[in-house]
Design a protein around this ligand. Sequence first.
Ligand code: SAM
Length: 400
Amino acid sequence: MALPLPPIAQPEDPEEIPEIFQPGDLAELPMEATPPLPVALHPAAAPKLRRVLSPETVGLPESCPGPEDLRLRDGHGRALTDLRLSVTDRCNYRCVYCRTGSEGAQFTELPMAHYLRMLRIFVSLGVEKVRLTGGEPLLRHGLLDLIREITRLRPAFSSAPLDIAITSNGHLLAAMAKDLKRAGLNRITVSMDAVDPETFSRITRIPNSLERVRDGIRAAQDAGLGPVKVNCVLLRGFNDSQIEAFAEFSRREQVIVRFIEFMPLEEGRSWSPQMVVPMREILTRLSAVRPLVALPANHASETARRFTFDDGVGEIGIIAPVSEAFCGQCSRVRITSDGKLRTCLFSQSDHDLIGLMLRGATDDEMISWIRRVVQRKEARHHIGEPGFLKPSRSMVHIGG
Ligand code: SAM
């Protein structure tokens, strides 16, 4: 079943979406009941504690915690190294598969200092990659300052610097690319769901948007943010005609194109299994353009299966959360723009991290609470299974 193509509307100016957060709003936030707060072990305290509490002196088992044991892990043993932070719930696009088109931002934004404190705590627990997202993150005032501050954080369990990335629709990127690079951004992923301008505008509901995004991608490459990843969500009967053109785009523009299967995370109710274009079909179509050659994964928790063509030009990734779920390697947690912690895209509820913080919790108290929350991280999603429940928030309000 195909989504109906909407007319191209003349929306509000995508650069002039007003700030919705007002100082003082936070005081109005309802505080959820929070469990009691036992004091946690901060990683920095571990070596000293191990000396004092040696197995001989206190009769502990030989397997006394080493630094790796202090990493943030969920109840399934997965290390949580990847944090996605939404810095705004506002977006200047109204992509038809993501948003109804009639609803705007629904959740508040926090002062950047609050996000920064949360990030600092997560980095102390083993987060090595931070991805800023939204809504549309480039709409958020103070973004460059936030990135500068994030560059000062050092991963607790790795000598490599923190990896700082952004996912953006690219509409404002041309003007910001150099500043983002100077601020310390390492990588950018641009969402772009068609290479045909007309199809693209029908998806985003913004006229002439493809040109802006293409300029943004080139500006990012010129600024040294390459290789740029371009994410395309494929929907049957809607933009799946673009697969071959995206292959050419990757080869011509030297970008990594990643096709993503459509997930039931939309604001409306448009998802159906028939709309998902599965990985196998994408591979078959791409192979007809030129023979594909598989590339090795960059790291164990990589979500994309990587390919190039037989001449080594172009790179394609396929992210198949529906037809080939990869939850077993999930290393992610998410913080929403209003400061809630989410352990899975498909969680049925979120956890009130900002409430805890605003009630004056110390870092140790927050660490202890976070450890307990992520213990219960979902083992996997249940897309396509009987009884599947849509998550409590849609993608745009979580931060993709
Ligand atoms: N505005 C930014 C952007 O466009 O990249 C960040 C937020 S957007 C919600 C993040 C990503 O989620 C985009 O690449 C978008 O295509 C993807 N997305 C949104 N809804 C989705 C869905 N139902 N299934 C899969 N991906 C989805």
